[in-house]
Design a binder for this molecule. Sequence first.
Ligand SMILES: Cc1cc2nc3c(=O)[nH]c(=O)nc-3n(C[C@H](O)[C@H](O)[C@H](O)COP(=O)(O)OP(=O)(O)OC[C@H]3O[C@@H](n4cnc5c(N)ncnc54)[C@H](O)[C@@H]3O)c2cc1C
Length: 387
Amino acid sequence: MGASSISPGDSFARMDTCEILIVGGGPAGSTCARLLKRAGIDVMILDKKAFPRDKICAGWVTPAVVQELEMDVDAYRATGRTIQPITAFRTGMIEGRIVNTKYPEVVSYGIRRFEFDAFLLERCGARLAPPAQLKSLERSANGWIANGTIEAKFVVGAGGHFCPVARHIGAQLGQSESVVAAQEIEFPMTETQKQDCAALGEAPELYFCPDLKGYGWIFRKGDFLNVGLGREDNHKLSEHVAEFVRWLKAERRVPQDTPEKLGGHAYLLYNHAPRPFLGDRAMLIGDAAGLAYPQSGEGIRPAVESAMFAAEILIAAKGDYSAAKLAPYEAKMLQRFGARQTKSMTERLPEGLKKLAAARLMGSEWFTRSFVLDEWFLHRKQEALQA
Ligand SMILES: Cc1cc2nc3c(=O)[nH]c(=O)nc-3n(C[C@H](O)[C@H](O)[C@H](O)COP(=O)(O)OP(=O)(O)OC[C@H]3O[C@@H](n4cnc5c(N)ncnc54)[C@H](O)[C@@H]3O)c2cc1C
């Protein structure tokens, strides 16, 4: 435990101290904390919510994530938590030709963030501050003082898209940021709903919007059903979502009583995120840094990988948090994820050509397996990092 002291002039508030404070206990924060703790560093996590907590997400992770997190799938399942193996996909354009792709092995897993994040946070072994929103962050002689009650030599911002640490180190949250807006619902199905749902657990369904600005999904995980849609353009998002759910019902892919109004959240794709990686005695990881993969919107793997790089650099810094010691974090991120503020191949194509090509390509079994799934959604060629 870090020392507690009375802060002068602070009406007897208890001051807790730690070497590194991580703001946010999602997959990025808990992964970074676990590695720092394992290296003997006094690390503390501050999250605004008590866990388990809900997180809007489809809950899809690849085997690379499971490996990087050093998770034992069987042991995780044995605790009663959901981990749905995936060996196939049903994909296509909304109202277009459907392609079924099968794999001989497990290529992904479906988890429930309510369970997964709580498991990772508990496992990380870091001290947890009482749940509280980070409201103030002031520079002190030794580092930072958070909420007037926690003093840390270094702060890691892992508070997701709206992370307050990102604002402190210069990110213009909500301004000049082109976000992905997504809506989703996850609910336990009744016996009647299960019979009324054609989607299979081992085969998530992905349906692309005709303008290619996003896609919707159905993800059946054990007894739970997760349905959602995300778009790079949030104009009339709720209408797109309701229309998508009505189409799924007409196709009898989801139960007829599936709600058409879903909960929403925003986040940034890596190539559109103008956020800094580093600041004065601070760094950003996960969604706080805007890291989700451009084509799929998958953000858990980049969150975990950025946390691993951050921990590696902080451990090597041995308490020297100078810019020179931290610079390798940015270098590693750019090497792993590429340059930022770039346009993807599809963004560079003219609109008409894009739609025409998309309708043909998404109906092709070869294109779907080789590019949409293996490359864009599963990242099968990208080796997992070693923890
Ligand atoms: C609809 C939708 C579907 C998605 N589906 C997938 C998917 O299937 N697979 C995938 O890989 N990615 C998916 N993503 C992206 C993924 O959810 C994120 O990239 C991932 O959660 C990032 O992890 P993180 O730890 O950086 O942030 P988060 O998981 O957002 O964790 C941030 C934590 O910070 C806390 N926090 C926030 N503000 C404060 C504050 N002021 N003070 C203290 N604590 C604070 C929050 O309570 C939270 O616990 C999806 C996203 C959306 C919106």
